[in-house]
Design a protein around this ligand. Structure first.
Ligand code: F6R
Length: 608
């Protein structure tokens, strides 16, 4: 999705902005642009395609100035083109504005402005904002932005400069993240910490319906109603090296390999092995209510949703709580009627997914209690929920989520275990669970050690244009996640199915050209999975099995075998997903796909 980086300070803005744009590339974009000012002179440039194209266009140009705004655009209104790229300007080219989000009432505003004789130069909703700021300007840029905020519906994170206000950048947010970065060399504003983490780790999160004025000397925040806001800086934990490849060819592979570490981070300091109980400080603010919770609704999108689907089985195994899992994008349209003491748990890597946020807000309206499990520290979801648990997994740069999925499964298990131990789960079961959780990092290492073998399997099958993934119970969501990973990064069509559903339709597709990945660890679903594999083999379908180490029965039955170490049944998904991630990665690599930035996808989906 779109990205914003702005700078005002003592240094030249151009290289800081171009560097920031490169750090935002992972979010997905199709064009980019920036504006840098020196006095009343504003240089600006826009380009379609990669940031390298923008750099090429400005190479050799003498662009000076220590104030600037820059943007990566992911097209929503109007095709990717130079005219539609940001910054947009007002009629007189005094205002330069960049924007993330969607202005919902843009058409009615556009018609009104056109009647006044204003000529639009793009198809975007953003240009409306630039034109409105221009119309509303009466000497104060912040007041012009404030008035504009009151005229538009929809979402925005925006940054504006004005030719006649030489020292200021004004930024504003509603529903789309904006973070101010504070350093000795000046101030930053960005939609994403990664764009400025090289320069500062001290940040201030702007909240919805707030705007801020940034100058080289400092910043001030106020609400849309002009009420001044005082807010302390926070320190982000991300390191510069987290957003570097460190020898890996792609972030996706690096992040798959980081999983032993990210699982350790998810459990570090959170286990009481002797008591068989996790310690989860983040949920203590709601602990008394949570202990009495009998109904939990998990809301999420994409990979996070599949983590929630595994979570449902884990909660059902370890607790007495009824769990529903809902796609956040559908949840809002349900007739919501929660039993007393219902908790809503939002799962999100970014903490900024628009659908998940909208679902939370709807649940809040119905008086449900809100929990958030996110990786994005200080993100919107973390601020709009009452309590929660952070993944502490560092930035996930590859568009396809990998390390956060296994981290989400780990912290979901911790919560289920904690609640289960306050219900019927015995000390022995608690101690056993903690021991098994602690073994996971080394067990993932043994799977990663089979990477060459998994690559060889991918080499054999990557030309197949249709794949099926099957699993049951805990591993049914892994089948769906495996299929999602494959289609996202390799563009191969894949379907994830509950294995029991195969004979209700997908079996018609089975033929020698369609590989099936069967997730079949030794658990109570094993015999049924074996029957499904027989059904595929009798129709000459190739089967790649992900099975428990030492399973001789399956090795004779299938075409390819990837082994995972034995663990508790409800922890199997944390292991069985890793071969799926590697298969997807290697297929994409053989197909020469843009693995970290697959076409049409965005890392943080901040529009509904
Ligand atoms: C898939 C993927 C997406 C995200 C989804 C939710 O690999 O990354 O499906 O899982 O967009 O994003 P978050 O978790 O940030 O809410």
């Amino acid at each position: 999705m779109c990205g914003i980086i702005c700078y005002v300070g003592d240094k030249q803005a151009r290289s800081i902005l171009l560097d920031g744009l490169k750090q935002l590339e992972y979010r997905g974009y199709d064009s980019s642009g920036f504006a840098v000012r020196e006095g009343i002179h504003i240089d600006h440039c826009r380009a379609v395609g990669k940031i390298a194209e923008l750099e090429r266009k400005v190479s050799g140009l003498d662009i000076k100035g220590s104030i600037g705004i820059a943007h990566t655009r992911w097209a929503t209104h109007g095709e990717p083109s130079e005219e539609n790229a940001h910054p947009h300007t007002d009629q007189d080219e005094n205002v330069f504005l960049i924007h993330n989000g969607i202005v919902e009432n843009y058409l009615s505003i556009k018609k009104r402005l056109q009647k006044k004789g204003i000529v639009f130069r793009s198809e975007t909703d953003t240009e409306i904002l630039a034109q409105l700021v221009g119309q509303n300007f009466d000497g104060s840029l912040s007041e012009a932005v404030r008035k504009t905020m009151s005229q538009v519906e929809g979402t925005f994170g925006m940054a504006v400069i004005h030719r006649n206000v030489p020292d200021e950048i004004v930024v504003a947010r509603r529903g789309s993240p904006l973070i101010i970065g504070v350093s000795d060399d000046g101030l930053f504003a960005a939609s994403d910490v990664s764009a400025m983490v090289r320069y500062t780790k001290k940040v201030v999160h702007l909240q919805d319906n707030e705007l801020a004025t940034l100058t080289a000397d400092g910043f001030s925040i106020s609400t849309a109603q002009a009420k001044p806001i005082e807010r302390d800086t926070e320190t982000v934990e991300w390191r510069v090296e987290d957003s570097e490849l460190n020898g890996f060819p792609h972030f996706m592979l690096k992040e798959i390999y980081e999983q032993p570490e990210t699982i350790k981070n998810a459990i570090r300091g959170r286990l009481e092995p002797g008591e068989g109980v996790p310690k989860l400080g983040g949920i203590m603010p709601v602990w008394e209510r949570l202990k009495a919770c009998r109904h939990l609704v998990i809301v999420a999108c994409g990979t996070s949703y599949y983590a929630g689907c595994v979570g449902r089985y884990v909660f059902e195994k370890l607790t007495e709580i009824d769990v529903e899992v809902e796609l956040a994008s559908e949840f809002r349209y349900r007739k919501l009627n929660f039993p007393p003491n219902t908790f809503i748990l939002a799962l999100s890597q970014s903490g900024e997914t628009a659908d998940t946020l909208a679902a939370l807000r709807e649940a809040k309206r119905k008086d449900a209690s809100l929990l958030g499990f996110v990786n994005g520290v200080g993100s919107s979801i973390s601020r709009e929920t009452e309590a929660g648990i952070y993944n502490h997994a560092g930035p996930e740069i590859g568009v396809a989520s990998t390390k956060i999925f296994t981290s989400q499964l780990t912290i979901l298990t911790l919560l289920a275990l904690l609640l289960g131990r306050h219900q019927n789960l015995s000390l022995t079961e608690g101690v056993e669970a903690i021991r098994a959780l602690q073994e996971l990092p080394d067990q993932i290492r043994t799977i990663l050690a089979q990477d060459n073998h998994i690559q060889a399997i991918a080499e054999k099958y990557y030309k197949s244009s249709n794949w099926l993934f099957l699993g049951r119970k805990f591993n049914y969501p892994i089948a769906m996640e495996g299929a999602l990973k494959l289609k996202e990064v390799s563009y191969i069509h894949a379907e994830g199915y509950a294995a029991g559903e195969m004979k209700h339709g997908p079996i018609a597709l089975i033929n020698p050209d369609m590989p099936t990945v069967a997730v079949v660890p030794k658990d109570d679903m094993y015999d049924k999975m074996i029957s499904n594999i027989h059904e595929i083999k009798s129709r000459k379908g190739p089967v790649i099995a992900i099975a428990t180490q030492g399973d001789d029965r399956i090795s004779e039955l299938v075409d390819e075998l990837i082994e995972i170490p034995p663990t508790l049944d409800y922890l199997n998904p944390i292991l069985s997903v890793v071969p799926c991630q590697l298969l997807a990665y290697h297929c994409a690599s053989f197909l020469k796909r843009d693995i970290d930035k697959p076409r049409n996808l965005a890392k943080s989906v901040t529009v509904e």
